[in-house]
Design a protein around this ligand. Structure first.
Ligand code: HEM
Length: 133
């Protein structure tokens, strides 16, 4: 991934984070996309979860630029989401990706086609790492 693309995604994520309700909208979209996904979060403290994912997502973005700290964090996420832990089925990652891209599109006031494509590359790389593909 080029430095320019990485920079575009970082800037876009910055705008998303300061946009009200970004993580609320993401989890609403993600859970509404499938009832089995909704069930996975039945016993989750969503306020805490939104904070954790805020950081998780910044690691996913850094991971795309080969940061070694992010690599370690991604290993942890792979372990926690794996079959012998939370056991997240692979297909759910597609819903995760689509829900996130839609949320970025509606919250980033300066979004454009190129940035959205860069986001997709970043997220797919992170998902491949976490889901073990
Ligand atoms: C690249 C994609 C994803 C990222 C970056 C991510 C990130 C995180 C992070 C940071 C946590 C906090 C706990 C931990 O560090 O393990 C977490 C927990 C969790 N994630 Fe993910 N996740 C992703 C995909 C998914 C998908 C597709 C599902 C499917 C439903 C999912 C379900 C969960 C659940 C159920 C928890 C535990 C909540 C609890 O503690 O009750 N995640 N995730």
């Amino acid at each position: 991934m080029s430095e320019q693309s990485y920079e575009r995604v970082q800037q876009s994520y910055g705008r998303c984070i300061i946009s009200n309700g970004f993580f609320d909208d993401f989890y609403k979209k993600f859970m509404d996309s499938n009832s089995e996904i909704k069930k996975m979060f039945e016993n989750t403290d969503m306020t805490q979860q939104k904070k954790l994912v805020r950081h998780g997502l910044s690691f996913v973005i850094q991971f795309s630029s080969d940061s070694s700290i992010a690599k370690n964090k991604m290993k942890d996420l792979r372990k926690s989401h794996a079959a012998d832990a939370m056991d997240i089925p692979k297909w759910m990652y597609q819903n995760w990706l689509n829900s996130l891209l839609e949320t970025v599109r509606s919250h980033d006031k300066s979004i454009d086609t190129i940035t959205l494509k860069d986001w997709k590359v970043v997220l797919q790389k992170g998902i491949a790492q976490i889901s073990g593909e």
